[in-house]
Write a new protein. Structure first.
Length: 233
């Protein structure tokens, strides 16, 4: 009832509880009821139980996004589809979240999914979203952008998650997220240098539509690079 004391409690004990989730498997189920997260739809910290109680009837997974800054995460293009569909996403802006949440995996039968992965939104796609991915006239453009970006990317593909932004980068489901790669690098652990992101483009965006009409050349190359660099930022 006392929001100030509640927030102070979470600020003080939030990380130890998350450490317990990682280390104490015998009490993981109990700790899952205590852990709290920020959210895209709520002003206060929320529990997994509260999130699950607000899930859409056809929603199967609990979605979350990880990074350094709460404001940046809330404005990420990765969230555009979730906002449009009014689906809550948990905001995880503490380094420990990257290590803990993948070990938890599920809560009450609901899989915890990072929106940073390429396949995170597959079960939310409408028929129109799926139709976008099948557009044959976008394939030549994807091929041209892929050639320009070369080994900077693992793949270029049509996005179903983007509504306003022209592009975004996501991780392959078998690769660590950009945040995890950053943490591993900071800890001096090698082996992530060859991991490349996937660039997703929005076929409905004005920039992408204009690119479809452009010929190969420096102008096209510059815009392709800018799409990727902006998405990386």
């Amino acid at each position: 009832k006392d929001k100030k004391k509640y927030t102070e409690f979470i600020d003080k004990f939030g990380i130890p509880i998350k450490e317990g989730l990682y280390q104490d498997q015998d009490h993981r189920e109990d700790l899952l009821e205590l852990v709290r997260f920020k959210s895209t739809t709520e002003t206060n910290y929320v529990s997994l139980a509260e999130y699950a109680g607000r899930m859409k009837p056809d929603q199967k997974s609990i979605f979350y996004i990880t990074g350094d800054n709460e404001d940046n995460l809330k404005n990420s293009p990765l969230l555009e589809m979730y906002k449009e569909k009014d689906i809550e996403v948990l905001i995880m802006d503490q380094d420990i979240d990257e290590f803990v949440i993948p070990t938890v995996n599920k809560y009450k039968g609901h899989e915890l999914k990072s929106v940073s992965y390429s396949d995170a939104a597959d079960d939310l796609q409408s028929d129109s979203d799926k139709d976008k991915k099948k557009e044959s006239d976008i394939k030549p453009l994807i091929k041209k952008i892929t050639k320009v970006l070369g080994d900077q990317v693992k793949e270029v593909k049509v996005s179903s998650r983007l509504k306003d932004s022209p592009s975004c980068v996501v991780a392959d489901s078998n690769d660590p997220t950009a945040k995890m790669q950053e943490l591993m690098k900071a800890m001096g652990q090698p082996g992530n240098q060859d991991i490349k992101p996937i660039l997703e483009i929005n076929p409905s965006h004005t920039i992408i539509k204009k690119m479809k009409r452009m010929k190969k050349g420096k102008g096209f190359d510059d815009i392709s690079q800018l799409l990727f660099d902006q998405a990386m930022l």
